[in-house]
Design a protein around this ligand. Structure first.
Ligand code: NAG
Ligand code: NAG
Ligand code: NAG
Length: 292
């Protein structure tokens, strides 16, 4: 028994040693949380695991929490692996987004809207340009985002913005500035947060947070950043081809990606502002984004 316990102990030591080495960089370009991010809000509600290879944002009735990139970016392919809170999460919002800190701000959002246990968590995306949003789209995912880590990515270059779930494009916002559509140009920071959205998130705000299920926990991994730092200067040099996300296959959807995108929209889209005629009697000029 004693030797068994020792072996387990030795294995744990070896494991934590490996974990600490791997957390700096694990060979796939992944880095520890601290390298490019810092906690922005609710520090006593944030838990760091395995030397920063995983971060838990938690929320109880006192506070939610969040983290943000240390730098702002002018283009990039931003990603994180995350798992939303589970069980009864109605009223909670788990967000991963880019935003500029200006009055007329640009913003690109992934927002997971919690729900009663057993009901689907909605993934809402939105695009703000020069302070103007109102471009919500909603999908019910083909998996339960509270059960496993999945990757959520935002590609942003001068040609297009694409939101990906794992490798499936779920939303596209094209640069149609030649048709008079505004397109994000301001340096943006990468942010993740878990917050109280009970006044709007679930069933239009009718279902509130049930604090008996607190603390809510959203888990994050994968803290490397593929972005063009834009602090202190504009985003002009961020469109140069020296950044891989500005070139080749990243400048448009491939035929295969278009098929996957159309399929997601046919099967999983539950709301698209571009087809909300009650809200927009005249549809915004960017609609529709890609014709079928
Ligand atoms: C590095 O970490 C990422 C994210 O956790 C994982 O997907 C990848 O397989 C890891 N790579 C190696 C070489 O361990
Ligand atoms: C990540 O952080 C390191 C260390 O501060 C910095 O050198 C690097 O430029 C950052 N990378 C990005 C893409 O921001
Ligand atoms: C949008 O595309 C036009 C070319 O059609 C280009 O001149 C402009 O710089 C692009 N806008 C941004 C913000 O990259």
């Amino acid at each position: 028994m004693a030797s068994m316990a020792f072996q387990v102990f030795a294995a744990i030591l070896l494991f934590s040693f490996l974990a600490s080495v791997l957390s700096v960089t694990n060979g796939s370009g992944d880095v520890a949380f601290d390298v490019n991010y810092s906690i922005s809000w609710g520090a006593d509600h944030v838990v760091s695991l395995n030397q920063g290879s995983e971060i838990h944002l938690t929320m109880d009735s006192n506070s939610g929490s969040g983290f943000q990139s240390k730098l702002e970016y002018g283009s990039g392919f931003f990603h994180v692996n995350l798992k939303t809170p589970s069980r009864d999460t109605a009223g909670t919002v788990t967000a991963f987004y880019l935003t500029s800190h200006t009055n007329a701000h640009d913003e690109l959002d992934f927002e997971f809207l919690g729900n009663l246990e057993g009901k689907p968590i909605t993934l809402q995306t939105n695009v703000f340009v020069n302070g103007k949003g109102g471009r919500e789209e909603r999908i019910n995912l083909w998996f339960d985002p509270s059960q496993d880590f999945h990757s959520y990515k935002i590609l942003w270059n001068r040609n297009l913005i694409v939101f990906f779930v794992d490798d499936t494009p779920i939303r596209v916002f094209l640069n149609k500035s030649n048709k008079g559509v505004d397109y994000p140009t301001q340096p943006m920071q990468v942010i993740a947060s878990l917050w109280n959205g009970e006044n709007w998130a679930t069933d239009g705000g009718k279902i509130k947070i049930d604090w008996r299920y607190a603390p809510f926990v959203a888990s994050f991994r994968g803290f490397s950043i593929d972005g063009c730092p834009a602090n202190g200067h504009g985003t002009q040099q961020c469109s140069l081809p020296k950044y891989w996300w500005n070139t080749g296959t990243y400048t448009s959807l491939s035929a295969t990606q278009k098929i996957a995108y159309q399929q997601v929209r046919r099967k999983y889209l539950t709301y698209d502002y571009c087809s909300d005629r009650a809200r927009y009697h005249v549809l915004p000029p960017e609609c529709p984004q890609l014709s079928s």
